[in-house]
Design a protein around this ligand. Structure first.
Ligand code: UD1
Length: 337
């Protein structure tokens, strides 16, 4: 019996694989390696002492997904597979709608055929759009500002209606806030292609010396220091949230949604100062114009996950900044030697 982690070789998938294996839960990873390295598998084995089963497969390929379910006893799915670059989604919306919707639908159809009824979905706080923080699970959703966000919103709607129609189905929607950090071993971590868009991978590339300075996108927001405020969450806490979610899905039917955040907002300058302090290095930065589409303040109300799942984020911002740096410090070229 195993849990299928689609996109299991990616940033959040690989950390979740470690959390599941450490907890004694068997996993099968499936990944097309479009945006992940097969080398992550050896690293997962080195950390956990267990070699995860992994299948190279695209989740839009129904035959390939069928084969995974035919050859393994899959008792639940955590669906990470999907494109995730906001900017690219604006340039290539059809690519995002085709891939992200198709892969979710394909996995759901094959699950149904094989009598698998537990599904945990990687959603995002981006579904809330521009709503006042703290965001609760009942805050209005659906004013997304880019096609990537719309795919998350649309898949949430698909899953809700699939649950309405199938009394056996159990779905957990996890709305992630801003995952950063890496496994404390420094052996796995976020490994974006090209110049990063998100804050922490950009910060670490500046720290490594690959980029000259961090551009802080705006210092005139209505926030304590004028820079954008987000709810950063350690990726290992996020991974533990998936374990709590798949266990919850074992004993419940229907569709439930949970925020996975800390409930605390930190500014871009908080990140810069904390990163510099805990890692004892200077991080050059400059104030740049606002990035279109950015919001001033986004943070979660994480109480529902605490009450219902018994899960809370435990790692501090110091932990997040130290572990974020540990990974590129040891692996300046990511998974490439
Ligand atoms: C972005 C996406 C969101 C996605 C999330 C994780 C947008 C509008 N939102 O969230 O949909 O789920 O990434 O992939 O793109 N910043 C800088 N300089 C940089 C990079 C970022 O100052 O070089 C600032 C941003 O203005 C923001 C904060 O850092 O205030 C966090 O940015 P980022 O890591 O890109 O995450 P979000 O924009 O919150």
């Amino acid at each position: 019996m195993a849990i299928l982690l689609t996109g299991g070789a990616g940033y959040i998938g690989s950390h979740t694989a470690v959390a599941f294996l450490d907890a004694g839960v068997d996993v099968v990873l499936a990944d097309n390696f479009d945006n992940a390295s097969p080398k992550v598998l050896d690293r997962i084995e080195a950390i956990t002492g267990k070699k995860p089963k992994c299948v190279r497969a695209d989740m839009c390929d129904k035959q390939a997904v069928e084969k995974i379910f035919a050859e393994n006893e899959i008792t639940g799915v955590v669906h990470f597979a999907g494109y995730k670059a906001v900017g690219e989604s604006c340039r290539k919306p059809l690519k995002y709608y085709r891939n992200n919707l198709d892969s979710a639908l394909t996995v759901l159809e094959v699950m149904k055929k094989h009598g698998c009824t537990r599904f945990v979905f990687s959603s995002s706080a981006t579904v809330y759009g521009d709503q006042p923080a703290p965001l609760t699970e009942s805050t209005h959703t659906g004013d997304c500002s880019n096609p990537y966000g719309w795919t998350k919103y649309m898949i949430e709607q698909i899953l809700k209606t699939a649950c309405d129609a199938d009394p056996d189905l159990s779905v957990v929607l996890l709305r992630y806030f801003n995952p950063i950090g890496a496994h404390p071993s420094g052996m796995i971590g976020d490994n974006p292609n090209g110049i990063p868009n998100n804050l922490m991978p950009y910060v670490t590339q500046v720290a490594v010396g690959k980029l000259p300075r961090l551009n802080i996108f705006g210092d005139d927001y209505d926030t304590p220091d004028g820079t954008g405020v987000r709810d950063y969450i350690h990726v290992c806490d996020l991974a533990d949230g998936h374990l709590a979610a798949i266990r919850y899905a074992e004993n419940h039917v229907g569709c439930e949604v949970f925020n996975l955040g800390t409930g605390v907002g930190y500014s871009v300058l908080d990140i810069v100062k904390t990163f510099s302090r805990v890692n004892n290095l200077d991080l050059p930065y400059a104030i740049a114009p606002r990035r279109p589409g950015d919001l001033a303040t986004v943070y979660a109300d994480p109480k529902k996950a605490e009450t219902v799942l018994g899960w809370t984020a435990k790692r501090t911002l110091d932990d997040m900044c130290r572990d974020s740096w540990n990974w590129p410090k040891q692996n300046p070229n990511g998974y490439e030697e």
